[in-house]
Design a protein around this ligand. Structure first.
Ligand code: FAD
Length: 382
């Protein structure tokens, strides 16, 4: 059988692409190295922040508006609540990148937001302990989605729409041919007209031909139990937050409805370079202490017992913008990688974009920022 499209890698992005393609009536084969919604890549740990006021760049906002629509569509189609709206605080100095960038993107895109001073932050969210110079952008529509839950939702719907999904079957190699693509796995060889490659932290392997300057880093996440006033930390009371303190070491928190605590972690701080094979999955007491110390200063009642800690990987580009494109050499191949630690909230819309590119080589969505050409130029300049 010759498929219309093969999707290599059924994590956050690949599962969404598979669902979109199957929904368009395409004969889709999805190939995944591990089991559905596994914890070996970048999409596990029960929660991922979603938000729209985007300090990483105002041009992401139109994509976020569409991502929210598609998450809502996924909720309707599965008849499940997949988004947990908690509200969100971006805290720091008014002139810092986090607050000023979030305000800029909200202003440019007409997003509703409130700017709170330290007193207002404490009055409304008494769990936080900001110093007098800290302000926060508050966004009501921020919250979180569950990566395992939404990957499973995308995969289940894709399968119900006729997609063939094969797990524990890694893509060993792929090649573009005159008529399309050929993909080799330990089980055999498959042909298709198009190929979507969404390999997460395995991009340096599956996209070795492009030699993109990607750096995979180890990131740890920690679930803390409040040591006082646990009622302040439930998803109904406690917002997701990102904090940019004086030293610039961004950290964030997400209420964890399941265990009653909060998942907290640093963002990009201390992420040692690794590969999926060399990733050290042990989290040390010293690492836990560093996060607890940060919480003790900024969210003091949360600095209790660490209930659980897990590692995960970011796949970073030098400018921390994504790579989403038709392959520069092969128009029948579409690539998605380099989500640089902030991609999950976009999975729903990236699935739509990848399906657009795999069916008509173009998309109505603004993706110029994600062209691999910018990185290949950088690589060439050294
Ligand atoms: C700790 C942590 C916290 C984060 N927090 C947030 C957040 O709050 N909000 C947010 O928006 N983003 C967040 N992110 C980033 C986000 O989770 C990632 O950007 C996103 O999950 C990347 O999705 P992906 O599809 O590229 O990778 P993955 O979901 O890892 O999918 C890649 C898939 O490809 C498969 N694969 C690889 N090679 C092969 C092969 N040869 N054959 C077959 N299959 C293969 C892998 O097994 C994997 O399933 C966070 C990331 C981490 C690590």
């Amino acid at each position: 059988m010759i498929y219309d499209v093969i999707v290599a890698g059924l994590g956050g992005m690949g599962s969404a692409a598979t669902y979109q393609l199957a929904g368009r009536g395409k004969r889709v084969l999805g190939l995944e190295k591990f089991s559905p919604a596994h914890d070996r890549g970048s999409s596990h740990g029960r929660s991922r922040i979603i938000r729209q006021a985007y300090f990483e760049g105002p041009s992401y906002v139109p994509l976020l508006l569409r991502a929210y629509e598609l998450w809502e569509q996924l909720e309707r189609e599965t008849n499940r609540e997949l988004m947990t709206p908690t509200g969100g605080l971006m805290l720091g100095r008014r002139e810092g990148d986090l607050v000023s960038g979030s305000v800029k993107s909200a202003e440019e895109n007409g997003l509703p937001y409130e700017l709170l001073d330290a007193g207002e932050i404490q009055g409304r969210f008494p769990a936080f302990s900001p110093d007098p110079d800290t302000v926060a952008l508050y966004e009501r529509r921020a919250g979180f989605v569950g990566p395992e839950e939404t990957i499973k939702a995308h995969l289940d719907l894709a399968a119900s729409l006729g997609a063939e999904l094969r797990f524990e079957e890694p893509v060993l190699s792929w090649e573009a041919s005159l008529s399309g693509v050929r993909v080799e796995t330990p089980e055999g060889s498959y042909e298709a007209e198009r190929l979507v490659i969404s390999p997460g932290a395995w991009a340096p392997q599956l996209l070795a031909d492009l030699d993109l300057p990607l750096e995979v880093t180890r990131q740890a996440m920690y679930w803390f139990e409040p040591k006082r006033r646990p009622e302040l930390f439930s998803p109904g009371r406690f917002p997701i937050f990102i904090w940019e303190p004086e030293d610039g070491a961004l950290f964030y928190g997400i209420p964890d409805g399941l265990r009653g605590g909060v998942k907290a972690a640093f963002h990009h701080v201390g992420g040692e370079a690794c590969t999926p094979e060399t990733l050290d999955r042990e989290v040390t007491d010293a690492e836990v202490s560093r996060v607890r110390e940060r919480l003790a200063t900024h969210v003091p009642d949360l600095a209790g017992r660490c209930l659980e800690a897990k590692t995960c990987m970011y796949t970073n580009t030098p400018d921390e913008h994504f790579v989403i494109s038709v392959h520069p050499e092969h128009p029948q191949v579409v690539i998605a990688c380099g989500f640089s630690g902030h991609g999950y909230k976009f999975c729903s819309v990236v699935g739509e974009i990848l399906a657009d590119l795999a069916t008509r080589e173009t998309t109505r969505h603004p993706i110029d920022l994600f062209s691999p050409a910018r990185l290949m130029d950088t690589a060439a300049r050294g």
